[in-house]
Every structure is written in C-alpha cells, then in structure tokens.
Design a protein around this ligand. Sequence first.
Ligand SMILES: CC(C)(COP(=O)(O)OP(=O)(O)OC[C@H]1O[C@@H](n2cnc3c(N)ncnc32)[C@H](O)[C@@H]1OP(=O)(O)O)[C@@H](O)C(=O)NCCC(=O)NCCS
Length: 196
Amino acid sequence: MQSGHQGRYPRRRLAFTVGGTGMESRTKDQVKLHIRWMIRRDMPEVLAIEGGCFDHPWTEEDFLQALRQRNCIGMIAEHEERVIGFMIYELHRSRLHLLNFGVSPEFRKIGVGRQMINKLVTKLSHHRRTRVTLAVREGNLPAQLFFRSQKFVAVKVLRGFYGDNGEDAYFMQYQLQNAVNDEDLVPEDASISMED
Ligand SMILES: CC(C)(COP(=O)(O)OP(=O)(O)OC[C@H]1O[C@@H](n2cnc3c(N)ncnc32)[C@H](O)[C@@H]1OP(=O)(O)O)[C@@H](O)C(=O)NCCC(=O)NCCS
C-alpha cells in the first residue's frame, strides 16, 4: 500500500451528491452497494479509484496480471451504477489474502470499505478458509486504523517489505472466531503484498 492521499476525508461526513440527483443525506448503513465480480469494462473506473488512492498506483497491466492468476479474484462495489470501490484478493488454502483494496476518495468514511470487508468475511468458513490477511505500509495509518476497526490485528512486521522505498509493512489478519482450521497462521512468504 502506498502513503499519500489516504488521509483525506470528504468535508461532508454523511452527505454526498450522486449522479446529478442532487444532495442526498445518507447514514452509513444506508449506502446501497452492489458488490459483484469485476469485469473488464470496470477497469477505467477501477484505475481512476486506484489513482486516487496511492502514490504509486497499479497500472492496468498490474491488475490484469494479478487477475490472470487462477487463485485471484477481483470485486467491485457499485452505487447507482457507478464503481466506487474495489478489492483484489487471492484464495489460499486456509485464508483469503487481500492484494489491493480502495474506495473512491469522495465516497470514503461512509461505510463502503466496511461493507466490502463484510462481504469478504462471508466467504470464510470455520473449517477451511478462516482468515483474511494483508500487508499494509507502515506509513498508511488511515488504512491501519480502518482495518483495525474491522477487527484485523497486526501479527507481524515485514521489514523492508516494499521495494520502492524499503518501507516496512504490517502483516494484518482477521480471524473468524471459533475457527477450527488454524494452520499457516503467518506465512513466511514475504512476497505476498497488498501493493507493489
Ligand atoms: C482505507 C479505506 C479503504 C477505508 O475505506 P472507507 O470506505 O472510507 O472506510 P469506512 O467508511 O468503511 O470506515 C470504517 C471505519 O474505519 C475507520 N476508518 C476509516 N477511514 C479512516 C481514516 N482515514 N482514519 C481513521 N480511521 C478510519 C473508522 O473507524 C471507520 O468507522 P467510523 O466512520 O465509524 O469512524 C479508504 O480510506 C481508502 O481507500 N484508502 C486508500 C487506499 C488504501 O489505503 N487501501 C488500503 C491499502 S492497505
């Protein structure tokens, strides 16, 4: 993950304009989202969000390369036919690993990221995939606070994890309660990254 734009908050916390319909007031629980598989046509909107999220954003080729992997899945969050968030994750034997995750800057702090994580958690099962993991840049405090608010805990520091500036990463993990399968708790494979 990159450090840069992540700390920006929209001025209006619970109100925003959508698709020319005028100002609408919404509470966090009322943001209606459709979370579905990403398709090729979503790419321009996903790239625009990515560009608003990170100093060194993934290119289209980075997304395509990730999504070509058999165990990699892309999902988007759509609000009134507009893509406002995305997540890319890998399926591993006992966990889901988030590679990339972002919400459009103008739709932050209204529960979109929370709904996306909730969706991911529904894909876990007590006997098989019991965890969601990710690596987050040490400098990306807003994302760390976000994931902590979603019950992720930092379980390991990955020293010098990011090749571009040598920044450390926190390896964070969400674990289903009462999970039966607790194998592979913290992978030694440091190539697994949220960004870059
Ligand atoms: C991190 C990110 C995904 C959060 O998405 P979001 O839709 O704004 O998050 P939510 O509105 O669902 O927030 C849920 C909770 O997370 C915490 N949180 C979210 N953003 C936060 C921030 N900037 N600072 C502190 N806490 C934050 C809050 O506790 C919030 O609950 P509250 O609004 O009741 O206080 C979004 O800021 C983003 O896209 N950042 C840039 C990309 C990025 O860093 N991705 C993660 C890479 S590891």
